[in-house]
Structures are given as structure tokens and as C-alpha cells.
Design a protein around this ligand. Sequence first.
Ligand SMILES: N[C@@H](CCC(=O)N[C@@H](CS)C(=O)NCC(=O)O)C(=O)O
Length: 286
Amino acid sequence: MNVLKIGDYAYSSWSLRGWLLFEQFGIPVRCDTVDFRAADVAEQLQDSAPARTVPTWITGEGAVVWDSLAIAEELADRHPEAGLWPADPASRATARSLAAEMHSGFGALRSDCPMNLRCAYAGFEPSSDVLADLERIETVWRYAMERFGGPWLCGAYSAADVFFAPVAARMAGYGLPVGPEAQAYVDAHLADPAFRRWRAMGLVKGADLPWYARDYAQVPWPGPTPMQAKPIETGTPINTACPYSGKAATHLMEMDGRIYGFCNPFCRDKTVADPGAWPAFMALVD
Ligand SMILES: N[C@@H](CCC(=O)N[C@@H](CS)C(=O)NCC(=O)O)C(=O)O
């Protein structure tokens, strides 16, 4: 059984990468969360030493993989059929360069614009260092997309896109100035169902962590508007089993006049946050 230790869904950009490496390529994993409010992360990972950051993957045989790029490479080796890297050699070489540059770079963007999936801001004024990061990112994105034809960086969605998903979230969340091609790529991430599932979990799980908040005016999240749904206390659901766990449906949500049941508050609330992002739930609706 694969276990992935992750941090807070709303704020942990490296954890988002780690999770997407499993989720986007259909590789089963159980997630355990560390609490960003509690004792430091290294302390919470004591059982997985020498890991001291999230994401950390504990493989089925107990190996500890404590870095997102190592997780990508080891998963790609173990699951060649999953297509984490493109099959075409030129495309694969570029995807690896993109992921590696992201993994080791863009420090100004990362420190000035911490990922926060709970809000979007207006009025952020990027420094010259952030603008230089954006220019470089647009250059490498354009290079890849022109060469491989999109819609993702190296053709089909690959690990390179995983590494840039939180970058897209920052561009969206801080209203960063990018050209139309880059903006279209950002929008593709915001609309991506797996990204939306992660964000839906981030909207409903975990506390607001004030040290990630910034003092700019808030604007609506620039991604697709979720279908309208709400939690309710009483009623008879159309399903008896939770669409995710198969356990008894005990927690209710209403959408379009129909009632659906889930096995616990988290299953319900992540669905309320963005119903259309959850194929197992949408199978009930359809
Ligand atoms: N190079 C690491 C970076 C991981 C990282 O810095 N994760 C952050 C959370 S987003 C963390 O665990 N921070 C806790 C700490 O540094 O104590 C990777 O690629 O996985």
C-alpha cells in the first residue's frame, strides 16, 4: 500500500504536486495529513525519518521517498504504463527539464506569492524579481507548447504539468500579468478535475492559517464556478452507500432538488465545494 504524507490542502504546494503525481496517473495511494498548525513538520514525520518535509511517500515495501521530484521519477519507473513522462524522447527530455527547473527555481514567485487556494487577490504588485520569474516561465512554457503542440506543456498531461500546477494557482490567485497563451494554460489547470478535487478538499479541511494570508483586496476565485449544492440535516438520499467509500450514507447534501448521502462530513463537504469535480459522485447524478 502506498502512503503519501501531505500537508495542508489549501497551502502546501509541494503536497499538491505529490498528490497529483498519483491522482492524475491513476496510481492508488492513501493520504495521511500532517498538521501545519501543530509541532513542526519534521517532528510529525519522525516515523518516516529521514524525511522532514511533505510530500513524503512510503512505498509498499517501506522505502521513504522524501522529495517531489524523486517521487515523480520513482513512480515513473514503477509504473511505466501510467505515462508520467511522455513516451516520445524529445518530449520527455523537455518535460524533465521543465519539471527540474521548476523544482529548483522561481524563488521570488514562490516566496512573494505563497499558494493559498482559499482566496484570490486583486492589487498585488509584482516585484522585478517576480516579473523576471514570470518571464522565464512564459519562455519555457512557450518553447514546449510550440514544439509539442499542447494542450499541456509537452502534449498530453505529464509530470511537467504537475510541477507547474501550483505555479498556475499562484498566477490565478494573485492576478499575475501573463500573456494569453500562458493564461490559457493557467485556466486549463484551474478547470482540471483533479486540481479542482484537491482545491475542494482545501476549501473544507483544515484551519485558515493566517501566516499565508495577504492584505490585498479579495476577488472571486477565477476558476470555473462550481455547481450549486448545500449540506442538509434531514431527508432521504437517493443513494444508500457513500459514492467514495461504499459505507452507509449518513451525511446529506442537496443539489438540484435531489438529496445525496455520504459516509462522513468530509466526503459530503468536499462534494458540496465542487460537485462536478468528483466522477464517483457525478455517476450518481447521471
Ligand atoms: N524539495 C521538497 C520541498 C518540500 C517542502 O518544502 N515542503 C514543505 C511544504 S509545501 C514543507 O514540508 N515544509 C515544512 C518544513 O520545511 O518544515 C520537495 O520537492 O518535495
